[in-house]
Structures are given as structure tokens and as C-alpha cells.
Write a protein that binds this ligand. Sequence first.
Ligand code: BES
Ligand code: ZN
Ligand code: ZN
Length: 502
Amino acid sequence: MKIVKEAKTFNQVDTELLIVGVQKNCDHIKGWNNFISFYGENVEEWIRSGDISTERKKMTKIPYTGLNQKIKRVLFVGLGDTKTLTENELRETFGLVGKQLRALKTNNFTIWLESFTASPIDEQTIAFLFAEGAGLGFYQVPHYKTTSNEVDVYMDEVHFVTDGDIDEIAASYEVGKIYADAVNEARSLVNLPPNLLTATDLANYAEQLAKQYDFEIEILNKADLEELGMGGILSVNKGSTEEPRLITIKYQATEKWEDVVGLVGKGVTYDTGGYSIKSKTGMVGMKGDMGGAAAVLGAMKIIGELRPNKNVVAVIGSTDNMISGDAFKPDDVITTYSGKTVEVLNTDAEGRLVLADAVTYAKQQGANYLIDVATLTGGVITALGYDKTGSLTNNEAFFDSFIEASIETGEFVWGMPLTERDKKRIRKSDIADLNNSPGSDGHMIFAGGFVGEFVGDTPWIHLDIAGTSDASSPYDLGPKGGTGVMVRTLATFIERLGEQLN
Ligand code: BES
Ligand code: ZN
Ligand code: ZN
């Protein structure tokens, strides 16, 4: 990505596509008259007549026939009444611009920043939101079609028309681009077919990431896990011919390893359900059962780029959940890494078993705060649908600061209650400390609450992304498929928490 930093006037623009925001009342924009004289007065008439739509999220592409012969087209982006325009809606609007950029196969373009300003959204914020939103909208799912003759296109080069501080604007744009790239990488992990992304592959990916950003990394294999007695992840892995991996990445920002945030991800690379087997339609899509791991890795990528002043340990438990003569069974009793025993009632409730060991390990590695992210239950979809991540916590103050970050990123998170009665049901077993499937009534809470049994007093947030990690149809910020949900919120939260604690 090349960011061309010089500010230009309309006449100097030397890219094919100029991108202009059109608001319901454009008059308050200082440079509007300049724009009119550059474009020609008919633009005002077209806006009045609706040929250029000012409706929010409506795009109008028009050939440019004025004096600057370099410009081929102008893309007018409807913003509606900017009094009600939120940053989130602007980000989504830019997502649609990103889709246009891909469709136009344009490799460089110019943004007139002022045309998108709305009180209190300034040019620097717009540069950030544009890079993030358009970068997300531009994403395409990698495919394996042998007949395709598509040419690769990239958002290669950006120019700005602005009177503002071009260095600050370019820096904001770069941060937005970092966020989008990390989400897109997480999306691609989720989108990978399960035969091409095993636990070993995921660990290799993490290793490359660690190399790129100079993180400390440890990969535990099956023999290591056996030695440690990680009965949670090992039970889930028992029916598989693929080895499990426990991936630990450390980012140390301060001299002392203190105030450590632990990010824990479910990395089930395929979930057949095991002997509590899923239906043939319920199984399709379970390649995405490592969405939590992808979110954690995506967040680590942003952390690696932006290097906030905060210590982070990421722990990912990765395996598939398969069936064979060796597989674990309902009625098995297993011993987790923490020493707690679990009566297995349902082998499809495997994520919580993997997370139990991963959370225990994260604590052992010094995590003072814990956030686990997992495609954990169908129950969260029943409760909240496909656009809200369900959450639990044991610490309201910690949770409130997380919600602030999620509001900033526009990734909806909703807190669910975890009561003493729920905990009793998780602890109900005649033969073990816990059971892994207390019932199907409100079972999102049982699943997350089970993970909570392993966090002790450590401030903890559980994020169930089963509904939000995979989109069943295209949306403003991306195509159908992996969404990379929580990458941006986790990273934003860690950046902000750094400000609070240091
Ligand atoms: N991986 C699934 C949850 C899931 C469902 C993710 C739909 C994405 C989309 C999880 O391991 C699972 O099977 N959960 C069960 C738990 C039940 C057996 C107690 C569920 O929610 O049905
Ligand atoms: Zn399952
Ligand atoms: Zn699962």
C-alpha cells in the first residue's frame, strides 16, 4: 500500500477516480464552490433532481468530462443528513465504497476529505474510517475455482484533496488500513476449508505472525499436552488423526510482565460434534469453529503493528472434533488441566473443554485479565440473532470498558446474565466436579459459565461469536463468509486499556 501524502487541489488530481461525499445540504462545506467550478454547475442540478443521490449509502458513478483529463470518473457517495450520521454508519458507507473500488478494478483513487465531514467527524477520523471501511468492503473470499480468470486488484494507492495536516491524515489512514488488513486476514483463516487448515497449520500461521512481529511464541504438541495433563483439549482431540496444538503468543510492552491481558481463542478447526454427532446440515460451516482463534490472531496482528503499551498473552487451543474408535464419548469422565473433573454428557459441547485448559494455561502464564472468544453455541444465535455477540462477565467495570471499545468499533456486544442457579447446574454431577451440558434451556449461558469455572477471581469476559463470526449473506462491510468479528474490538480495547492503566 502506497499512501501518496501530498494534498492536492481538484485540478491537480491525477488518479482516475475521485470520491466525493454528497450531503443533504452541501452548502456548509467550505470547498463546495471550488468543487462546483471544477466540475461544472450541472452537478448542483443533478443533486437537486436526484440524478446524483444524497441518500445515505447510495452511490452514483458519473464520467467526468471537465478540464482535468486524468480523472475518468467521480463516485458520489450519498451521506444523507449529516446531523444524524454516526461514525459507524460512515464506516459502513465506506464499506460499500470498497465494494465499488473492487468492481471498478481501480488501483488508485482520490478522496476529497472535506466532503465527508460532519460535526463532529473530522478529516482525520474520516481518513481512518475510509481506510478501515473500504478495506473491509474490498475484501473477497479466496477461492479455488480453476476456471476463473479474475485479475487481482488491490487498493494500491490513495491521494487526498485536503487543506488539513497531510501527515496526520496519512497516519490515520494507515491505522485504519492496519485494522482492515488484520480483520481480512482473520476472515481468510475462517474461510479456509478444514482440510487446508488443521491445528498444525494454524500453529504454523501463528509462528509466522510471531516472527513477523517479534512475539515470543510457544507451540505445545500432543506429547506436551499429555505430559501437562490437559485432559480437556486431549479428550476432544482423541478421535482425530490430526494432532492438537496449544499456541501461546506473548507481547511484552513493559519491562515487568504485569497487568497482562489474556486473550483466549477456541480453535476447533472442524466440529463434527463427535459421537453426539451433528446433523448433516448442522455440520456444514463448522470449518468456522476456529473463529475465536482467528479473532485473537487478528487482534495480535494489530497489536504487533501498533505496539501499544500493554502486555498481552494469547492462548489458542486447537484441534478438530472427530469420530473414531478412539474418540471420547458421552459418559466419559475427564480431568482438565486445572485438576477439575468433568462428566461429558455431550461431545458436541467440546469448545468449553478446550477453553477450560486454555484459560487455565493463560492464567498460569500470568494473565491478570481474561477475555475468551469462541464460536461456542447455537444458543447465542437463538437468543440474539446473527448480528450480536453474546457475552458474560464476572467483573462489571472491566466489562463496561470493553463495551466502550465495542461501541467505537460498531461490533455489537450484549451481556447475558450468569446466575448462581446457572452455576449450580454446571456443577451438577453425581460423579465429577462439573458436567459439560446441563441442558438446552439458555445454553449459551451454560457454555460460557462453564469456562467461567476456570477463571477464578481474575476479571473475565466471555464472548460467544457463534452468530457473528460467519455471515450468511453479503453485508456493507464484507462478503458472505468469515467476518473477522472481534478483531477490531479486542485490539481497540487493548489500546484504550493501555491508556487507562499506564
Ligand atoms: N461449534 C458449535 C457451536 C456453533 C453453532 C458455532 C452454530 C457456529 C454455529 C459448538 O461446539 C456446539 O456444537 N454447541 C452446541 C452445544 C450443545 C451440544 C450443548 C450447540 O450450541 O448446539
Ligand atoms: Zn460442538
Ligand atoms: Zn464447536
